[in-house]
Design a protein around this ligand. Structure first.
Ligand code: TMP
Length: 237
C-alpha cells in the first residue's frame, strides 16, 4: 500500500490517503500533549509502541466480536485502517476513580466503582472537550438515541474484553477513552487504545504506567510505555 495525500493531523497521529479510497494510512507520532494542548513534549519511541499496542488490542477486540477499523500494521509506526464516518464524541469508561472524575465529583483516587461509569464528551478542542449528556448529544445532532445506546453498549463490551486482557498482564485498566465511527450504518471502533488514551496501574504496586507520568511530571515516561508493550506481548503464564 502506498502513502498518499496528507489529510489531517491530530495531537498524536497523522492521517494520509492511500490508493484505496476507503483505506487510511494512520501514522503514530512521538508527540505528546496534555491539558488540551497546554503542555507539549515528545515521548521517545511512543509512535511505534502505540501502533504496536493498538494493533494487538484491536486484534483481541475483533476476536471478541467488536468491529474495529484496523486492517493491518504496515510498518512499525503505521496502521492501515478503514475510513469511517466518525462521531464527534469521546466515550470514556471508568472502573477506578482517577483524573477528571476525582476533580469533578470528589471521589478519592483509587476507589473502585461499583459498576463501570460511561461518560460522553464532545470532541471539540476550542470548547475543551466538555462532558455532555444524552440530551446534549441529540440537540447537537451528533448521534441518535439508538446510536447512543449502541455506542455505550460497545464501550461496555470493550471494557468487558479489555479488563481481563490487561489483568492477565498484571495491569489494572483504570479508565480509557474510545472514539467510534460508522461504516455501512454499523458502529465501528476507531482511533487507538494505548497508554495515551488509557490509565494503566500495576496490579500489585499500583504504579502508574501511562500518560499520567507525562501529565504529572512523574518521570520514567518512556519506560512506562515500553513496559506496557512488553506486558501486552507477554501475558502471565
Ligand atoms: P480524564 O480523567 O482526564 O477525563 O480522562 C479519562 C480517560 O480518558 C483517561 O484514560 C485519559 C483519556 N483521555 C484521552 O484519551 N483524551 C482526552 O482528551 C481526555 C480528556 C482523556
Amino acid at each position: 500500500m502506498q502513502k498518499g495525500e496528507f489529510l489531517y493531523e491530530g495531537k498524536a497521529k497523522r492521517i494520509y490517503a492511500t490508493e484505496e479510497p476507503n483505506v487510511f494510512w494512520m501514522e503514530f507520532k512521538d508527540d505528546a500533549t496534555a491539558g488540551n494542548g497546554q503542555k507539549r513534549g515528545t515521548i521517545g519511541d511512543k509512535g511505534r509502541i502505540n501502533a504496536e499496542i493498538t494493533q494487538r488490542v484491536f486484534e483481541h477486540l475483533e476476536r471478541g466480536g467488536v468491529r474495529t477499523h484496523l486492517l493491518r500494521q504496515e510498518s512499525p509506526t503505521v496502521l492501515l485502517v478503514k475510513k469511517l464516518e466518525m462521531f464527534r464524541l469521546e466515550i470514556v469508561v471508568r472502573n477506578i476513580a482517577a483524573g477528571s472524575l476525582v476533580k469533578r465529583i470528589g471521589l478519592e483516587e483509587g476507589r473502585e466503582m461499583p459498576e463501570p461509569i460511561v461518560e460522553i464528551y464532545l470532541k471539540d478542542d476550542e470548547l475543551g472537550d466538555p462532558l455532555v449528556n444524552d440530551d446534549h448529544v441529540k440537540a447537537l445532532g451528533l448521534a441518535t438515541e439508538v446510536e447512543l445506546a449502541a455506542l455505550k453498549a460497545a464501550a461496555r463490551k470493550v471494557n468487558d474484553l479489555l479488563r481481563p486482557y490487561f489483568l492477565d498482564r498484571g495491569l489494572l485498566l483504570v479508565d480509557f477513552k474510545l472514539e467510534f465511527g460508522k461504516e455501512d450504518g454499523q458502529i465501528v471502533l476507531g482511533d487507538e487504545v494505548t497508554p495515551d488514551t488509557c490509565r494503566f496501574w500495576d496490579e500489585k504496586t499500583r504504579e502508574k504506567l501511562d500518560k499520567d507520568r507525562f501529565r504529572q511530571d512523574l518521570g520514567g515516561v518512556e519506560e512506562a510505555y515500553q513496559e506496557v508493550l512488553r506486558r501486552v506481548d507477554e501475558p502471565h503464564a
